[in-house]
Design a protein around this ligand. Structure first.
Ligand code: ATP
Ligand code: MG
Length: 681
């Protein structure tokens, strides 16, 4: 065997090695978070490629996020293997459908992909005589997504929904009707949704022998990461790709199934080894990612989980040297929590932790805003993960449609910027009236950014050869007050509107994530598979996590798994917190029920081993109240107690920060609420 292949085996434990060197055929790795599943499949691909068993270009590695795909490619390149197709199901389907579209659509252009169902669902509901507000439309869109991902047709919906105990806002027959209308409305607007894209990929293979042959000749060896979160539609696509072959490696963790609300199920993972008797099954328990302290908390969180798959769960055994204890904190309100998290991020960055090694994770994207604000005030760079990219934003797409139609009606010699302004005004943009806030403001900013791009294009045509991502990022984030719009028309070197549209299209195609080094702000859902040195799990109040929408036992269990995913993202530092009230002086909320340490009643924690002990210890400490002299938080234990401040409060405060912290303290005193700060040692 090639020495490169041997090198790939170094740095793997015996179980991982068994998975990596298993012969062609079904392989299943079942293991908890941080045990090296992703590492094992990456090394398996590299090992087989370097030993000459397979050609890298014939491998399709399916990952859960684009970021995970990029990481896998980078890792493979570092191991000396290039050309592997590492993609999400959607990206792989998109590529396939695009490629075969001219043949399958008789030369018609590929339909545009719908990024959100909500607008069409609202229309469909109206046709069914239902007036759905935004929240209801979102619920309905979720139902349709679930049905389509579960291969359920509109007529089958009522039975399937009852069987799956779906919690729906309307009668099932009503939802089915709206679903049917949605399909019609969608078809007549000539767009497709994400599920249609996967269906088209399946259909292409199942109905066209030549397409099937070509696709299968390309993809011969399959790897699926995060297999516990595959839905029936994705499974069907995988089956279509395989076409009866079995060179498939799947890896997953039943404790990390967090997408079942969209139709994903761990059943395929659970059944894999049962249905394929010749499968090599590997279990991993050594956790290489996190400190024993983090691993201990993860085990405690998931140890009480109920439901299917519990049998497959193994306690993680931490391999790393001990580190700091996880922090669990309660703040008087959300702004105070965000400010403290930002201050702690600042401190970490100042003491040498790269900002990209820090993440702030939350349950819903709406929680992001408070942290964006707090981090920018603390001057900590950050990146919002999964934020809609500029050219994918609904208003920008709409504007591009307007610009394209303007191209047809605007004479070539009209200066670019006024032409752009005019086209955008036609879709409701007013040049110098930025709305006060909210969605209208965002819309205004997006369109203003387009005008700014037009300005840049008009005055600096020569720079266009190097599309500056930075400028897109700036355009995206800036709050441009476009004073020079009036004069911009006189720009000397002019580009035509048609050229500008072509340029926009080119940039849209090239758009990729900014490579800014910043703290990651992400939802728990999108953090799957990733890891950071320091992780802040914020907003952990009951009602946020678990969300109030989680009503059935299964839904609550999914929320618990979500917390498990969050906890296991941390290598070293882990901070868990919530703001007691939403805003200063607001109604107090209860802590997340999955964290016994937060539970001041003590009762619930007594039933279990580890957390019960931690709970009792915490109880004892709670009786010795000392306050942080800076923010007023109650210090219950920990080294910093001697200093009279909590670790979240920097010792070398600048004046402004100090004043802000003092202000919280007085606010806290005013509301007669004392935040608690707990350190477990
Ligand atoms: P998740 O369930 O969160 O996706 P995972 O099981 O895929 O986790 P990996 O991301 O592959 O885990 O690995 C977690 C961390 O442990 C990575 O930093 C990886 O490089 C490291 N690691 C994995 N295996 C080993 C090993 N045998 N020796 C040292 N480090 C390892
Ligand atoms: Mg992984």
């Amino acid at each position: 065997v090639d020495s490169g292949a041997q090198r790939v085996l170094a740095g793997l434990d015996p179980e991982q090695r068994a998975a990596v060197t298993a012969p062609a055929g079904p392989v299943c790795i079942l293991a908890g978070a941080g045990t090296g599943k992703t590492r094992a499949i990456t090394h398996r691909i590299a090992y087989r490629a370097l030993s000459g068993e397979i050609a890298a270009r014939h491998v399709l590695a399916v990952t859960f996020t684009a970021r995970a795909a990029a990481e896998m490619r980078a890792r493979l390149t570092a191991l000396g293997v290039g050309g592997v197709q590492a993609r999400t199901f959607h990206a792989a389907a998109m590529r396939q459908v695009r490629y075969f579209a001219p043949r399958l659509l008789d030369g018609r252009a590929m339909p545009e992909l719908l990024d959100s169902k909500v607008r069409l669902v609202t229309l469909a509901a109206a046709r069914a005589g239902v007036r759905a507000d935004r929240a209801a439309a979102r619920d309905l869109a979720g139902e349709i997504e679930w049905a389509k991902s579960s291969l359920v047709e509109p007529t089958e919906y009522p039975v399937a929904a009852a069987k799956a105990a779906r919690d729906i806002p309307y009668e099932a027959a009503r939802v089915a009707e709206i679903f049917a209308h949605y399909e019609k409305v969608k078809r007549s607007s000539g767009v497709i949704d994400f599920e249609d894209l996967l269906r088209a990929a399946v259909w292409g293979i199942e109905e066209h022998r030549d397409v099937a042959e070509q696709v299968r000749a390309q993809y011969r060896h399959f790897v699926v990461d995060e297999y516990q979160d595959v839905n029936p539609l994705q499974q069907r696509l995988l089956t279509a790709w395989l076409g009866g072959r079995d060179d498939l490696t799947v890896v997953g963790d039943v404790s990390q199934t967090i997408y079942s609300f969209t139709g994903a199920t761990a059943d395929y993972l659970i059944d894999f080894s049962r249905q394929r008797r010749d499968a090599v099954v590997v279990r991993l328990v050594r956790d290489y990612r996190s400190t024993p302290q983090v691993v201990g908390l993860a085990n405690a969180v998931i140890g009480q989980a109920r439901g299917s798959g519990s049998r497959l769960r193994l306690q993680l055994v931490g391999q790393r040297p001990p580190g700091p204890e996880p922090d669990l904190r309660i703040f008087p309100d959300e702004p105070a929590e965000a400010a403290a998290v930002a201050a702690r991020c600042r401190q970490l960055v100042d003491t040498g932790t790269p900002a990209r090694e820090i993440a702030v994770l939350f349950r819903t994207n709406a929680q992001s805003e408070a942290y964006e604000k707090a981090l920018s005030e603390a001057e900590v760079p950050y990146v919002v993960q999964g934020a809609e990219r500029f050219f994918e934003r609904a208003e920008v797409r709409q504007a591009m449609v307007a610009l394209r139609s303007a191209v047809r009606s605007t004479p070539g010699e009209t200066p670019l910027v006024p032409a752009v302004v005019e086209a955008l005004t036609a879709v409701g943009w007013a040049p110098d009236q930025p709305p006060a806030g909210g969605a209208a403001r965002e819309r205004w900013e997006a369109l203003a950014a387009l005008v700014q791009l037009a300005q840049e294009c008009a005055s600096a045509r020569s720079e266009l050869a190097s599309p500056a991502v930075a400028s897109e990022e700036r355009a995206q984030r800036a709050t441009p007050v476009l004073s020079p719009i009036g004069e911009a028309g006189v720009a000397e070197r002019q580009m035509s509107l048609a050229d500008f549209c072509a340029e926009l299209q080119r940039r849209a195609a090239q758009q990729h994530a900014p490579t800014v080094d910043g703290v990651t702000l992400a939802s728990l859902h999108s953090a799957k598979g990733l890891e950071w040195d320091a992780v802040f799990l914020v907003g952990l109040s009951d009602g946020t996590l678990p969300t109030t929408y989680a009503k059935t036992v299964e839904q609550v269990e999914e929320e618990r798994r979500l917390l498990y995913v969050g906890v296991t993202r941390a290598r070293e530092w882990l901070w868990l917190s919530y703001g007691s009230a939403r805003s200063p002086g607001g109604r107090a909320r209860r802590p997340c029920r999955f964290l016994p340490q937060f539970d001041r009643s003590g009762g619930g924690a007594e039933r279990t081993g580890g957390p019960a002990v931690a709970g009792r210890r915490a109880e004892r400490r709670r009786s010795q109240v000392v306050s942080c002299r800076i923010c007023g938080a109650t210090l219950l234990a920990g080294a910093d107690r001697k200093l009279g401040r909590c670790p979240g409060c920097p010792s070398d405060l600048d004046e402004e920060l100090h004043a802000r912290l003092r202000e919280w303290r007085s606010r806290v005193a005013g509301a007669q609420k004392v935040p608690a700060y707990v350190v477990f040692t």
